[in-house]
Design a binder for this molecule. Structure first.
Ligand SMILES: Cc1cc2nc3c(=O)[nH]c(=O)nc-3n(C[C@H](O)[C@H](O)[C@H](O)COP(=O)(O)O)c2cc1C
Length: 180
C-alpha cells in the first residue's frame, strides 16, 4: 500500500452514525480486532484488552453509552468493542514511574485508531464513542474496578446510501510547521 492508498483509506474512514440491519459476522469483528492489536505501545507494554460484545450483552453495554440522548445510533451496531486497560499491570506501573507520564491512555488511543482503520479496510463502519459510563460497562462485563475504559467503538455495516462526507479539517498550514 502506498501513501495515496493510505490517504484514500483515511478519507473513507468516518464516524458512521447509521448502521444497516446486516450483521457483521463475529469472525470479521475478530479479524478486525486481531489486526488492530498490531498497534504500537510505549515500551511494548501492550496495556490493553479488546472486548467485542456482539450478543445479548450488547444491549446492556449500550445503556452505558447513551448519555443525554446521545449515541442512540449505536443500538444498530453489530458489535460494541470495549477498549480497556487493567491499570494494575506491573510493567505499566514501572513505565509510568520512570517516564513520569501517563502512557496508557495514549496507547489505547493509538489502538483505537488502528481499530477503526482496520474496520474500514474490512468494509465495516465504525464510530468511536467517548461518551460512556465506565462504571456501568464494567458492571455489565464483570470487570474489576481498576479497569479503565477510555472509549468504546461501535462497529457495523453502514446503512445503504450512507454518504462519505468530505473531511473538514483545519487548514494544513495552521497545524503543520516544517522546522529545519
Ligand atoms: C475520543 C473520541 C470520542 C468520540 N466520541 C464520540 C461520541 O461519543 N459520539 C459520536 O457520535 N462521535 C464521537 N466521536 C467521533 C468524532 O465526533 C469524529 O471523529 C469527528 O467529528 C471527526 O469526524 P469523522 O470521524 O467522521 O472524520 C469521538 C471521537 C473521538 C476520537
Amino acid at each position: 500500500m502506498d501513501l495515496k492508498e493510505l490517504e484514500e483509506l483515511y478519507l473513507k474512514r468516518q464516524s458512521c452514525r447509521e448502521f444497516s440491519d446486516m450483521v457483521v459476522p463475529d469472525e470479521v469483528i475478530t479479524e478486525i480486532c486481531r489486526v488492530a492489536l498490531l498497534a504500537p505501545s510505549a515500551m511494548d507494554a501492550q496495556p490493553w484488552q479488546l472486548i467485542a460484545v456482539t450478543g445479548e450483552k450488547r444491549a446492556e453495554v449500550l445503556k452505558g453509552m447513551q448519555r443525554m440522548g446521545m449515541n442512540k445510533f449505536a443500538s444498530k451496531a453489530s458489535a460494541i468493542v470495549v477498549i480497556a486497560s487493567d491499570k494494575s499491570g506491573g510493567l505499566m506501573k514501572v513505565g509510568e514511574i520512570f517516564k513520569e507520564n501517563e502512557f496508557v491512555k495514549n496507547d489505547l488511543g493509538i489502538l483505537t485508531a488502528h481499530l477503526v482503520l482496520a474496520a474500514e479496510a474490512a468494509g465495516v463502519g465504525s464510530c468511536i464513542i467517548g461518551w460512556r459510563d465506565e462504571e456501568r460497562i464494567r458492571e455489565v462485563l464483570g470487570l474489576k474496578k481498576n479497569v479503565c475504559i477510555p472509549e468504546v467503538v461501535a462497529l457495523g455495516y453502514p446503512a445503504e446510501g450512507y454518504p462519505v462526507r468530505p473531511k473538514k479539517r483545519k487548514p494544513f498550514e495552521e497545524v503543520f510547521t516544517l522546522v529545519k
